[in-house]
Write a protein that binds this ligand. Structure first.
Ligand SMILES: [Zn+2]
Length: 97
C-alpha cells in the first residue's frame, strides 16, 4: 500500500506531462488576464499552456492589438510578462491587428 501510494504521485505527474496538460503551477486564466491588461491589447485567444518536460513549460497564443498601437512593442511586453511573472521560457506568440 505504501509503494502504491508513493507510485501514484509519480504516475499522475508523468501522465500529466505525457498528455501535455496545463502545468499545475500556472493558472491559465491568470495568464490570459495578465496579457489582456497590457495597454493596446484588444483580445487574447487560442491560449495554450503545456509542459514539455518536468520544469519546462511552454505556451502559445494570439494577441489582437488595437488600431494605432505598436505590435512589436506589445509583443515585447508580452514576452517579458511570460518570463518574469509566469516563468514560461518557451513562448510562441502571434500578434494580429
Ligand atoms: Zn488569432
Amino acid at each position: 500500500m505504501l509503494i502504491l501510494k508513493s507510485a501514484w504521485g509519480i504516475i499522475h505527474h508523468t501522465v500529466h506531462i505525457l498528455m501535455e496538460g496545463t502545468p499545475s503551477s500556472i493558472n491559465q486564466t491568470a495568464v490570459k488576464e495578465a496579457l489582456e491588461r497590457i495597454d493596446g491589447v484588444k483580445d487574447v485567444h487560442d491560449l495554450h499552456i503545456w509542459t514539455i518536460t518536468s520544469g519546462l513549460d511552454s505556451m502559445s497564443c494570439h494577441i489582437l492589438v488595437k488600431d494605432g498601437w505598436d505590435c512589436q512593442q506589445i509583443l515585447q511586453q508580452a514576452i517579458e510578462l511570460m518570463e518574469k511573472e509566469f516563468t514560461i521560457h518557451h513562448r510562441t506568440i502571434q500578434v494580429e491587428n
